[in-house]
Design a protein around this ligand. Structure first.
Ligand code: NAP
Length: 251
């Protein structure tokens, strides 16, 4: 529906969860995909294998985005892989949670969440812009928690508020180059990030499903469609926006 043949994409955090689904979706639309991972080398290889088994093209790139300088290392490695080809689509997806209310978040968890969810997104994008041509696409994975209060993960929500602000400002700066910048904001999705409280807990699953107008917990693949639209030619006139992908949570 949203062809991407001839395009190259980088998806951060594509070893698992939402990032994997986005990587598979982009490759299914014809893009060559750089599958970024941090610790899950085997899972990243499985993402590549899933793409190749469907006839797509993908390769892995590694960087621990909690570490200073990781954005440089990631984009330097990617540039070598691309060998002078442009990076048409950047999906900033890698992220970690930081559970706890204002009294319950450790300083270490706060710093880690901001390092991975916010700081790395800023510096990866800055370096990636050296490779992104006019007309390119940047999609940031935010969260419904910037619309819906999430006191049990207040620091996490703050990291995603910064993502929305980044999207808005960068869209204004890059508009003259025809580069669009948008946030896709998922609701509760069944991935490892929620495993500790959601997996195997029927009560939590039912409560999470009841929050969505569409009446179920989201799946990683539910987030792929909006990203494909934004990454494609069809998304050329949408920029600076937060696209809700929460299944209508807390309407
Ligand atoms: P996930 O299944 O836990 O996957 C997280 C991904 O981020 C993995 O690929 C992981 O790579 C990568 N990552 C984690 N720490 C990293 C680090 N230090 N450096 C580089 N990469 C790192 O989580 P998910 O649910 O798919 O989340 C993906 C994005 O969606 C995040 O930005 C999250 O905040 C957002 N989101 C999720 C939900 C939800 O309910 N699931 C809702 C709203 C927004 P490795 O496996 O290699 O460590």
């Amino acid at each position: 529906m949203f062809p991407l043949s001839g395009k190259t994409a980088l998806v951060t955090g594509a070893s698992r969860g939402i990032g994997r689904a986005i990587a598979v979706g982009l490759a299914g639309a014809g893009a060559r995909v750089a599958v970024h991972y941090s610790a899950s080398a085997q899972a990243a290889k499985e993402t590549v294998a899933a793409i190749e088994s469907e006839g797509g093209a993908a390769f892995t790139v590694q960087a621990d985005l909690a570490e200073p300088g990781a954005a440089d290392a990631l984009i330097d490695a990617l540039a070598i892989e691309l060998g002078g080809d442009p990076l048409d689509i950047l999906v900033n997806n890698a992220g970690v949670n930081a559970y706890g209310g204002i009294g319950g978040v450790s300083e270490a968890d706060y710093d880690r969440a901001f390092a991975v969810n916010t700081k790395s997104l800023f510096f990866v994008t800055r370096r990636a812009l050296e490779l992104i041509p006019d007309g390119g696409r940047i999609v940031n994975i935010g969260s419904g928690v910037t619309r819906i209060a999430f006191p049990e993960g207040i620091a996490y929500a703050m990291t995603k508020g910064a993502v929305d602000a980044f999207t808005l400002a960068l869209a204004a700066e890059l508009g003259p180059r025809g580069i669009t910048v948008n946030t896709v904001a998922p609701g509760i999705i069944d991935t490892d990030i929620n495993a500790s409280w959601l997996r195997g807990n029927a009560e939590a699953q039912a409560a999470a499903a009841a929050r969505a107008a569409l009446g179920r917990v989201g799946l990683p693949e539910d987030v792929t469609g909006p990203v494909l639209f934004l990454a494609s030619e069809a998304g050329r006139w949408t920029t600076g926006q937060v696209i809700d992908a929460t299944g209508g949570s807390d309407l």
